[in-house]
Write a protein that binds this ligand. Structure first.
Ligand SMILES: [Zn+2]
Length: 187
């Protein structure tokens, strides 16, 4: 009986996570990876619950975003990238490069944590520049430290994100702006 209850609870959690990800307009492949649900079940969930309740939600089928430059392309993107990276770091997500097997309980738990992190980011920022898929891409890049990496601002010690190949700028976006303001006042 306990085993059946546990299985039911996990199934319920997988559906809840899939619905949360659908609301964040995650791609089907992403939802399949974290929930272990089949494409057919995800499609049915999308049509049964989302189309009827929140018609504005779009469904993405294509490839996930890959351009690293997107995260650092302007001050607004750099700030939001740093905010999201800070949330990842707080939750210990940057310390691991282990990928949880598709459909595993570990993947389910990681997926729930990712949704919670992204929802915190949504609550902190307006307008939103990074989609849920961008958030997943950013996490993957930061964990591998292959193109982007976390770094500490020399001015305020806050976490920021830098391109591993670019010339080093010592300060974060906030300290850089403060320094520019001070220069303008002095001139
Ligand atoms: Zn700073």
């Amino acid at each position: 009986m306990k085993e059946i209850e546990d299985r039911y609870t996990k199934d319920r959690e997988r559906i809840d996570l899939a619905l949360r990800m659908i609301h964040h307009e995650a791609r089907t492949t992403t939802i399949r990876h974290w929930t272990g649900l089949t494409d057919d079940r995800i499609r049915k969930l999308y049509h049964t619950y989302v189309v009827a309740v929140t018609p504005g939600v779009r469904r993405h089928r294509g490839k996930s975003p890959t351009q690293t430059a997107f995260f650092l392309k302007n001050a607004a993107h750099r700030r939001q990238t740093a905010t999201l990276a800070g949330l990842f770091a707080l939750l210990g997500l940057l310390q691991t490069t282990e990928s949880a097997p598709v459909g595993s309980v570990a993947a389910l738990e990681r997926g729930i944590l990712l949704c919670r992190t992204y929802e915190t980011y949504l609550a902190l920022q307006n307008p939103i520049h990074l989609s849920f898929e961008h958030a997943l891409r950013l996490l993957s890049l930061l964990q591998r430290r292959s193109e982007l990496k976390p770094d500490t601002c020399r001015g305020c010690q806050s976490l920021r994100v830098i391109d591993v190949l670019s010339a080093r700028v010592a300060h974060c976006e906030w300290c850089g702006e403060h320094a520019r303001d001070q220069l303008l006042k002095a001139s």
